[in-house]
Design a protein around this ligand. Sequence first.
Ligand code: NDP
Length: 462
Amino acid sequence: MAFDFDLYVIGAGSGGVRASRISAGHGARVAICEEFRVGGTCVIRGCVPKKLLVYGSKFSGEFDEASAYGWGATEPPHSWTTLRDNVAKEVDRLNGVYIRLLQGAGVTLHNGRGRLLDRHTVEVGDKIHTAERILIATGARPFVPAIPGAEFAITSNEAFHLPDPLPRRVTVVGGGYIAVEFAGIFNGLGCETTLVLRRERVLRSFDEETRTFVHDAIAASGIAMRTGTEIAAIEASGGKAPYRVRTVAGESFETDLLLYATGRIPNTSGIGLEKVGVQLDKAGAVAVDEWSQSTAPNIWAVGDVTNRINLTPVAIAEGHCFADTVFGKRPRKPDHRDVPSAVFSQPELASVGVTEEEARRTLGAVTVYIAAFKPMKYTLSGRGKRTFMKLVVEKATDRVVGVHMVGDDAAELIQGLAVAVKAGATKAQFDATIGIHPTAGEEFVTMRTPRPDPAPAAKAAD
Ligand code: NDP
């Protein structure tokens, strides 16, 4: 049977764009459809604009520091309009870059939502397209719990487009990546910021000692932490701010903006997946094997819609492996081990490898090295900012199996160390590496005294 295309990709985010470009490069006839804007969550309303806002919000701390270095201490006024509009311009530029990348690779772009009519037929608007193979790369969307007044809350999607001036009081709900990142942004931009989370500490699933350190540092940065609680209802007279927030414990407080960052759910509904034999898992994500192949033989899925490791570089790797395997005669599976990640909270947290808890559970005996210190930059001002570093070493092999850091440039440092962890470097090899002086990073190669076991108990079980 003759198809219009060899591959039809639904969703032009990080995973879909990479898969379609590489497949086209291997000679496939490829089309891709996108309902919103080419670039997807990461480029349009995620990682990229978020990190620019993090940069923007960090200046307030820099002005504080500058006076100790002899600069005038007056902080200039901040214009949210300028920051927001400059970020939007950069997003527009990147959107154009992505579109040109697709065009340059010979990929046909269709604007609109794709829906499967059968295993080989995609409907986009009033057009029908056929393809031998289909790739689902539709990503995920914010989840907001169904509480009374949930309609008054915004999600990260809307946070990039807020009117000027920013609200005086902002409440961020959740204790994950997005919640701590946006709490830091609003706090840095001068909003009175409250973080409401149902656990006692932020960032479940990160190394316990490391998340305790980052939790305390976030609290010390001026963000009010309401821990161990959930919001029961949001009330607004006349449907407008200020909002009265009621917690399950019966407390109540007022705020001018609520941002919910309580997780994301895979975009699998309304695509016709159920009709064509694509099974979903319990979380509603497309169930795939290690080749990213779904339960329908000609349909694959990559990125957040598969809910494996929901990070852009992972989606890109999955999309590239798919293209090489299916069209490039070079079978490759994405490797989900030792994926480094960073949380652009303030201070920043980054990790690669396993947590101490996971290492003890899966590898047995481990040796742990930690360093907590005031970085050189903050010695003149005497401000209380501290950095934390941790190495988890497997006793039997001397391999460094986990590296964790909280502090300035943690993501940049951990990206470099991720190569060492991936390559199976031992503690002896870390020790044999000469440091660069004076840096924070040199601590990673000069830690000699193991931390006594066990780790200091976490403040509260959560
Ligand atoms: P996360 O899964 O990181 O965090 C969700 C948070 O919401 C958790 O604290 C969770 O609590 C809480 N939560 C869930 N349901 C409720 C509820 N009903 N009431 C109250 N709290 C609730 O999700 P995010 O939305 O922050 O981010 C989604 C994913 O996007 C991340 O997992 C990450 O993979 C990716 N991401 C990566 C970034 C990066 O690389 N820097 C940045 C942003 C996102 P609990 O812990 O109790 O479940």
